[in-house]
Design a protein around this ligand. Structure first.
Ligand code: COS
Length: 385
């Protein structure tokens, strides 16, 4: 059940305060040390950020998609590493269990995910299976009442912190129907982590390979208990994740716009504030208009998402989620580019926030489906009509 409006407004206001008073002041620490401090992680648990999307009956807050997007918009206003830390528990790590898991799986895992005691990652991507997710090679071979899983998962967000993975492996034939989703505890023998990835941006976000060498996982850990449903679970999880990422993109676009306005108001050239020049105003205006369009789109599609039965695939809503992710993540790329331009030479210097945000937002157009994959989802849907 959704949180009532009044309680939700209070939560949103406390997240706004948390972002401004706790997270923004720690941005330089995250950039410098490539880590989110432990005391901030503890505070994130305290205010319930890990359980935003998990129903109250499993210990979470139970936000609707529309409400989750509003919170994600606020979290998008600061270094994206903070959002990334809670993002897999709120979204791609937990939602497969919530949508398709058995009652026993939900009650075993969701309360610990909601409290942040257990970090759960989503392991779909592999060295040879990125956009073409259905071609994944990680194999799960039946052995009595267990499966032995072997393969490599790549770029797995939060893997170094994870206590468990929602992991897609092939139990059957070569197409999408041969894929199953497993809950794989991180401490099983045969599971090891690769070295941390060194990335272009999003410092403080932890990703690495996950290697599986005959990892013995009970058949009971197949999400929903039935093999062959894992690709669809993964796609449904990604539909939802794409809306969440879109809200983050809008939050970050607003932060960059505010940084740009502040700079344009104080920086003087040719004897006046650069913001008084129409060419600077044109860049601010383009960013504001595109942000408004993107954020309106997120809210409207999130409402459409909430209106369909939970966990059920609605191709029209999937198509709209792809439109939203494509538009908003491309939009924040343009806003970040203009932000750097407005800052001039200072925009290229790390001390100014726009330099790092410019690098941070580049990832939004890649993960949870590249812009080209969103185009494909949209184009295919239109051609089926
Ligand atoms: N929800 C539920 N089921 C879905 C779905 C969705 N959003 N999208 C597709 N399916 C179903 C299809 O209906 C089909 O089922 P049937 O065989 O019963 O008809 C099955 O899944 C296979 O679908 P499809 O044939 O469209 O699969 P493709 O291999 O052509 O792949 C794309 C589809 C390209 C859209 C998919 O692989 C994709 O999204 N790739 C990007 C992966 C990604 O985002 N990676 C990021 C990793 S996480 S950071």
């Amino acid at each position: 059940m959704a949180l009532d409006q009044e309680t939700f407004e209070l939560l949103l206001a406390s997240v706004q305060r948390f972002v401004q008073e706790r997270l923004m002041p720690a941005e330089d620490h995250v950039e410098e040390h490539d880590e989110v401090p432990d005391d901030i992680v503890a505070d994130m648990k305290e205010i319930g950020l890990f359980g935003l999307s998990i129903p109250e009956e499993y210990g979470g807050i139970g936000l609707t998609m529309e409400q989750e997007c509003q919170v994600a918009y606020e979290l998008g206003h600061t270094a994206l590493a903070f959002r990334s830390l809670v993002g897999t528990n709120i979204g791609i790590g937990s939602q497969g269990i919530l949508m398709d898991g058995t009652e026993a799986q939900k009650s075993e895992y969701l309360p610990r995910i909601a409290s942040g005691e257990l970090i759960i990652s989503f392991a779909l991507t592999e060295p040879d299976a990125g956009s073409d997710a259905a071609s994944l090679k990680t194999r799960a071979v039946e052995d009595g009442s267990d499966y032995l899983i072997s393969g490599t998962k790549r770029f797995i967000t939060n893997a170094p912190r994870a206590g468990a993975f929602t992991l897609m492996a092939r139990t059957g034939g070569q197409d999408a129907s041969g894929i199953s989703a497993f809950i794989v505890p991180a401490d099983l023998p045969g599971l090891s982590l690769g070295k941390p990835d060194r990335k272009m941006g999003q410092r403080g976000t932890k990703t690495c390979d996950v290697n599986l060498d005959s990892v013995r996982v009970p058949a009971d850990n197949i999400i929903g208990g039935v093999p062959g449903k894992g690709f669809k679970t993964a796609m449904k999880v990604l539909d939802r994740g794409r809306l969440h990422i879109s809200a983050i993109a809008c939050g970050m676009a607003n932060r960059i716009l505010q940084e740009s306005i502040a700079y344009a108001q104080q920086r003087k050239q040719f004897g006046q504030r650069i913001g008084d020049f129409q060419l600077i105003q044109a860049m601010l205006a383009d960013s504001q208009a595109e942000l408004l369009a993107g954020w309106s789109l997120v809210q409207s599609v999130a409402r459409r998402y909430d209106a369909k039965p939970f966990g059920k695939h609605d191709p029209e809503v999937s198509m709209q989620a792809s439109c939203t992710k494509m538009f908003t993540t491309e939009m924040v790329g343009r806003v970040a580019d203009r932000g750097v331009q407005i800052h001039g030479g200072s925009g290229y210097i790390n001390e100014y926030k726009v330099e790092r945000f410019y690098r941070d937002v580049r990832l939004l157009r890649l993960y949870e489906g590249t812009t080209q994959i969103q185009q494909l989802v949209i184009g295919r849907h239109l051609m089926k009509a």
